[in-house]
Design a protein around this ligand. Structure first.
Ligand SMILES: Nc1ncnc2c1ncn2[C@@H]1O[C@H](COP(=O)(O)OP(=O)(O)OP(=O)(O)O)[C@@H](O)[C@H]1O
Ligand SMILES: [Mg+2]
Length: 330
């Protein structure tokens, strides 16, 4: 069966930061796609480039230090890296929206919740004030918050973190985006509230054919939400595949390490990672596999050459010398 054309196709994306100490390759030549209605989770340790990938898609990497230096981001036949700032502004918050870990930092403390939901509706969808207000109340109910009228009149500081995050989802989905990017949307919340927010995300998705790119380092969230999983390490994708295949049959030693420490209810996320060693210093990356010095299966070639991402099983790709033979025969 011919797969449907993806909603977004990212090819060879590279985003660098120019620092006094040298160039940091925050995102280093990654390619992936997200289909209509699909939830793709991006996982990996702190600093591996998850947020910068999201920011690059949103056109929010700010110069002069940060810059998308290469690649293509095809979204509905447009290359987001080559359209005007004006066109990108129209897409942002409208066709693609993003929510972050800290809702407080995205909300305006002196405007009521209602006004903040109404704003993009009036701007992007050209609704009248009255229509926008009605839709705002609808959205508040949609994300599972009762007494919408009262909530619309409140200010951000009057609501709990979990409620604010659901308001952020309401704002993000208000213009019925085709793609919602959620960067650690539940990390700051306690476990029961996390479940509500994930449920809200899932329900919002069911309302439309929205795709979700969900960034998380919580494998429990991945198991619950993902159709497809991308594992990043030091700015690169080391493995990607269908969630079931990836959980049942992880190939890359890094993915295997991540999965060895299965999430335990009530355990803090930071403790999930039990892989000894540290992510390499982004300023000191060599021509080796970036994972080699933490890898139990490290071979000679791993120290001198970087493996490329290759298909080892239909749809699943891994960048690891262990599978070189298998990839060749695929
Ligand atoms: N403004 C900046 N200047 C220099 N380097 C930066 C800047 N922003 C990000 N980086 C670097 O880019 C790399 C990727 O950062 P990114 O924020 O994407 O990581 P992440 O995977 O989202 O991590 P976390 O899980 O902690 O959110 C890191 O090495 C980081 O230090
Ligand atoms: Mg991040």
């Amino acid at each position: 069966m011919e797969p449907m054309k993806p909603l977004i196709e990212i090819s060879n994306l590279s985003t660098h930061f120019h620092t006094a100490a040298g160039a940091v390759k925050a995102v280093d030549g990654i390619s992936f796609r997200i289909h209509h209605g699909e939830t793709v989770c991006i996982v990996g340790e702190s600093g591996c480039g998850k947020s910068i990938t999201a920011m690059s898609i949103m056109g929010l990497v700010e110069g002069p230090h940060g810059q998308v230096v290469d690649g293509q981001i095809l979204f509905d036949d447009r290359d987001l890296l080559r359209i005007s700032k004006e066109e990108m502004r129209r897409i942002r918050g409208n066709e693609i929206s993003i929510i972050f870990q800290e809702p407080m930092s995205s909300l305006n403390p002196v405007l009521t919740i209602g006004k903040q939901i109404m704003e993009p509706l009036m701007l992007h969808q050209r609704l009248s004030k009255k229509q926008a207000r009605a839709r705002a109340l609808e959205l508040i109910e949609l994300v599972g918050i009762p007494r919408a009228e009262q909530i619309a009149e409140s200010y951000p500081h009057q609501l709990s973190g979990g409620m604010l995050q659901r308001i952020m989802i309401a704002i993000a989905i208000s213009c019925r985006p085709k793609l919602l990017i959620a960067d650690e949307p539940t990390t700051a919340l306690d476990v029961t509230i996390q479940a509500q927010v994930l449920d809200t995300l899932r329900r919002s998705k069911e309302q439309s054919n929205m795709s979700i790119m969900l960034i998380t380092h919580d494998l429990g969230v991945v198991a619950e939400m993902a159709d497809y999983v991308i594992v990043m390490y030091a700015g690169k994708i080391v493995e990607q595949g269908d969630v079931v295949e990836l959980f049942e049959n992880p190939k890359h030693p890094y993915t295997q390490g991540l999965l060895k420490s299965k999430p335990v209810i009530g355990q803090r996320k930071e403790q999930l990672y039990s892989i000894p060693g540290q992510v390499p210093n982004p300023l000191e990356l060599s021509a080796s596999c970036y994972f080699h010095d933490r890898c139990e299966s490290c071979m000679e070639i791993c120290r001198s050459q970087q493996p490329q991402l290759k298909t080892v099983r239909a749809g699943n790709q891994v960048a690891c010398w262990l599978y070189e033979e298998e990839a060749r025969h695929e």
